[in-house]
Design a protein around this ligand. Structure first.
Ligand code: PLP
Length: 400
């Protein structure tokens, strides 16, 4: 997809060949929406007050903060004072897990249930707690990439202080039965946290109906700005502050609130919720097209299930093909996709998610994640299918 631009510079016409880029790695991050960007601008330039200040500029910022808090609370189905603004998914996950663990430890409850395919923000926090004497049960994930509620029920013990299971997986997009898990935890009086970073903006979530006690979200996954997120924590949860400082966020998270980013996040979430049906229909259609197109490539395996996964999200393994070479070849063709999660792309280890669902290391090293968003088009999907097919054929033809 080369586009010839003529740029007039002085007397000469400079011909510039520009490669059009197709961005299909929306699980890593998303493009900031225009509406969110415009909404943020005044709070970066003219309305720069600190929401903790009592004079006019401060009150103006506090008003924007409260409006965003109310809006996000409405979308999640919780109370306004149950929304805590954080720097993103990682911080929200850390604070949720550490809070439940501290509270549990006071009651001599030091058992936590999670799954083997969580994000590192959860896994590494649990690893730290393990060194502090917590016992962690990692539930097995079946080959479809789904945890069964009965597994959670059977794993809960007298000393369980927390169940933390992600809403949708960031490498294979599979959606967990969160409502059923929430019901079990509520009946057993165990705190339930879900990392919903990949799900918010794409699925309708109601923390009350789904009996979720704590939830993490991050704006840059749904066309909001980076470096901003939310921890929803039900009022009954005693939150432990992980940073010492001022009394912002009702004493639950210290540091001056990032008003431009909070406003952008709120507007981006509004947009996603308003257009959710339309976007889901479009993404589901494009995903089907991708699946139909890529399934014609010999020796390909779907990672996870396509029936219970995020719209627009697929993960395939192509036997004998090195993922990194595939991603780089596609990059040359103007396509941005990934082998797995952005966080682990430098580790050179096989994906822990793919190993958790029973894939061999060989298949884990030959995976490709494509995650579409509302800005992608059918024409782009056709281009992706053609180029993935050509690249896989080429790499296989080069194999010794
Ligand atoms: N949890 C999941 C499932 C994610 O996909 C990510 C980001 O990739 C995070 C947590 C971390 O979020 P953030 O980048 O906002 O720290």
């Amino acid at each position: 997809m080369n586009f010839l631009n003529q740029v007039i510079g002085g007397n000469e016409i400079i011909e510039k060949v520009e490669m059009m880029r197709i961005y299909a790695d929306n699980a890593a991050t998303t493009k900031l929406s225009d509406v969110a960007f415009k909404a943020m601008l005044p709070y970066m330039k003219s309305k720069y007050g600190n929401p903790s200040s009592i004079y006019n500029e401060g009150r103006e910022a506090a008003k924007a903060l409260n409006t965003a808090r109310k809006n996000i609370a409405t979308h999640l189905g919780c109370g306004i004072n149950e929304i805590i603004f954080t720097s993103g998914g990682t911080e929200s996950d850390n604070q949720a897990i550490i809070s439940a663990a501290k509270h549990g430890a006071k009651e001599n409850k030091k058992h936590i249930i999670s799954s083997a395919f969580e994000h590192p923000a959860v896994l590494n926090t649990l690893e730290t707690l393990k060194h502090q004497g917590f016992d962690i049960t990692f539930l097995d994930v079946n080959t479809n990439g789904i945890i069964k509620p009965i597994q959670v029920e059977q794993a809960i013990r007298e000393d369980t202080c927390l169940v933390t299971i992600m809403y949708a997986n960031n490498e294979i997009g599979t959606i967990q039965p969160i409502g059923e898990i929430g019901k079990i935890c509520r009946e057993k009086d165990v705190i339930f946290h879900t990392d919903a970073v990949q799900a918010v903006g794409y699925l309708p979530i109601d923390v009350n109906k789904e009996k979720i006690d704590m939830l993490s979200l991050s704006a840059h996954k749904f066309h909001g700005p980076k470096g901003i997120g939310v921890l929803y924590a039900q009022n009954r949860i005693l939150l432990h502050t992980i940073m010492s400082g001022g009394n912002q966020e009702n004493g639950k998270r210290a540091g001056t609130e990032n008003i431009p980013a909070i406003v952008g996040m709120s507007v981006a979430l509004d947009e996603c919720r308003k257009n959710m049906d339309y976007n889901t229909e479009k993404l589901t259609r494009m995903k089907k097209k991708l699946i139909d197109g890529l399934s014609t490539i010999p020796d390909c395996t779907v990672n996870g299930t396509l029936h219970r996964s995020l719209p627009g999200f697929i993960n395939f393994s192509f036997k004998g093909v090195d993922s990194e070479s595939l991603v780089l070849l596609l990059d040359d063709k103007g396509i941005a996709v990934s082998a797995g999660s952005a966080c682990s792309s430098s580790s050179h280890l096989p994906s822990h998610v793919l190993l958790a669902i029973g894939r061999s290391p060989e298949l884990a090293y030959s995976s490709l994640r494509i995650s579409l968003c509302k800005y992608n088009t059918d024409e782009e999907v056709d281009y992706i299918i053609k180029n993935v097919t050509d690249a896989v054929n080429y790499l296989r033809s080069q194999a010794p």
